[in-house]
Design a protein around this ligand. Structure first.
Ligand code: CA
Length: 229
């Protein structure tokens, strides 16, 4: 069973993007768009709650306070456009465990949710291993190991893992650079399509036996990329 994340966010675009990225990272995601519904659902066994500050009706601060009053111990990651120190303190005082200011990069959100789940002691694995040729990548530790007995290991960055997880969850499909940018980087960062090319090249160097003649991270000229595990 995967880690369960409750997302309380009224902006549909943000909620969809958060859901997509968390699902790609192997989480089981439930979204609600009102604080009142969030409080009702939070009584279920979620591992992490992603809570937006600005909500219609009860806002994120009200929700966080109410959850603590009800002794809901699920760690809360608060999202807000207010990045200044005072509002951060207000959020943490209300019972949030961590704080992320909008606009944020999706890999950072995923990393923080993973960290909160880990800290909360979710004993079960947080995601499925990703397999690329002879490599097995553990998304929780971001560690890749060669399964051929050589014992070779390497550690991925959060962005490398995020891109790899996205490609792996769409194995065999044709993905445009725009698809990859939108989901793996999030909508609020402005990397160029060249960034995607650079990251794919990095993945090739890490995992392909012959990066010049890739067998797993394939370029489709004029279209984008396709991943073959
Ligand atoms: Ca909002």
């Amino acid at each position: 069973m995967s880690v369960r994340v409750l997302v309380i966010e009224d902006e549909k675009l943000v909620a969809d993007m958060v859901r997509l990225n968390l699902e790609h990272a192997g989480f089981d995601v439930t979204c609600v768009d009102r604080g009142e519904d969030g409080i009702a659902r939070a009584r279920e066994a979620f591992d992490v709650i992603v809570l937006d500050w600005m909500l219609p009706g009860l806002d994120g601060i009200d929700v966080a306070k109410q959850l603590r009053r009800e002794h809901v111990a699920t760690p809360v990651l608060m999202l807000t456009a207010r990045g200044d120190v005072n509002s951060r303190v207000t959020g943490l005082d209300a019972g949030a465990d961590d704080y992320l200011a909008k606009p944020f990069a999706m890999p950072e959100l995923v990393a923080r949710v993973r960290a909160l789940a880990r800290r909360a002691g979710a004993a079960r694995p947080l995601g499925r291993d990703i397999v690329v040729a002879a490599w097995r990548i553990n998304p929780d530790t971001r560690e890749a190991r060669r399964a051929d007995g050589s014992g070779e290991r390497l550690n991925l960055t959060e962005t490398e893992l995020s891109l790899l997880a996205f490609l792996a969850s769409h194995a065999g499909e044709v993905l445009s650079r725009a698809d990859i940018l939108e989901t793996a980087w999030g909508m609020d960062r402005a990397p160029t399509e060249r960034t995607v090319d650079n990251y794919v090249m990095r993945l090739r160097k890490l995992f392909e036996d012959d990066p010049e003649h890739p067998r797993h991270f394939l370029t489709l000229r004029g279209v984008g990329y396709r991943f073959e595990p």
